[in-house]
Write a protein that binds this ligand. Sequence first.
Ligand code: FES
Length: 57
Amino acid sequence: MYVCMCYGITDKAIRSAVEEGGVGNMRELRQQLDVGSQCGKCIQMAQQIIDTTIIDE
Ligand code: FES
């Protein structure tokens, strides 16, 4: 599923950035994938995915 339409980033891409790229928050995610740096509509959902992925680890 697409989370960030502006950059075409999926929930899967965010999850693997957390699991393999060591991303722990929105700032780090933005540095790696650009998520949220255009319109910002995806930030809340991206944050939720980061949080649930960290809990699952
Ligand atoms: Fe992610 Fe616009 S949908 S910045």
